[in-house]
Design a protein around this ligand. Structure first.
Ligand code: HEC
Length: 180
């Protein structure tokens, strides 16, 4: 019973020329569940290897809520709750990342953020093993919302919303206006 007529892992074999019982994978083998042909979704890049500038699926309120929750757990410790790069870990001495509220990062395509989460960037390590692709995109969507929250002008509002804002100002409450 102890010696069974089968090969153990890494056992040698005289049957094959290379002397090992384990066979190399045929070229192009894809493990079950690992076929990732949609490069926009899984790499944040188009067929030419450029970062995509559109999300690969529709961003709903639910996606944003999920993104906020994941951002606050995984990114805020360094990037700060509002994305200024002043999280608690930075306050304790970790090198500070750039603020998300610079023209360079406001104009960076969404695929760039996805790529950084997936592969890391400089001193920031990869989050690929901890954050699944869908959640990475949800986080990117939330970063876009953060960027908008810090760089909105009254002119972005519809006429009705502007009227509402003026109405609430007249009633004495003071909504905060951020200038670009
Ligand atoms: C442990 C701290 C830490 C955590 C957590 C962290 N980052 Fe970073 N991140 C950094 C640092 C530091 C840099 C700058 C690295 C460098 O310049 O070498 C950076 C850089 C970046 C950049 C590139 C900015 C640029 O200047 O181009 C992006 C985008 C980014 N992080 C997004 C994220 C997202 C999204 C998360 C959450 C999934 C996250 N980071 C989690 C520390 C962190």
């Amino acid at each position: 019973m102890y010696h069974q007529p089968r090969y153990d892992p890494y056992e040698s074999s005289e049957l094959f020329e290379d002397g090992t019982s384990a066979r190399p994978l045929p070229e192009g083998t894809v493990a079950r569940g690992q076929l990732r042909v949609d490069t926009a979704l899984y790499a944040g890049k188009d067929a030419n290897g450029e970062h995509v500038s559109a999300f690969p699926f529709p961003i709903t309120a639910d996606v944003l809520t999920r993104g906020q929750q994941r951002y606050n757990a995984y990114c805020a410790p360094c990037h700060g709750l509002s994305g200024y790069g002043n999280g608690m870990i930075v306050e304790r001495g970790f090198s500070p990342p750039s603020s998300f509220h610079t023209d360079r990062l406001r104009n960076a395509p969404v695929g760039y953020y996805y790529d950084v989460i997936t592969n890391g960037f400089g001193r920031m390590y990869s989050y690929a093993s901890r954050i699944q692709p869908g959640d990475r995109w949800a986080i990117v969507a939330y970063i876009r919302a953060l960027q908008l929250s810090q760089n909105a002008s009254v002119n972005d509002l519809s006429p009705e919303e502007r009227q509402q804002l003026q109405g609430s100002q007249q009633q004495g409450s003071q909504p905060q206006e951020t200038q670009p």
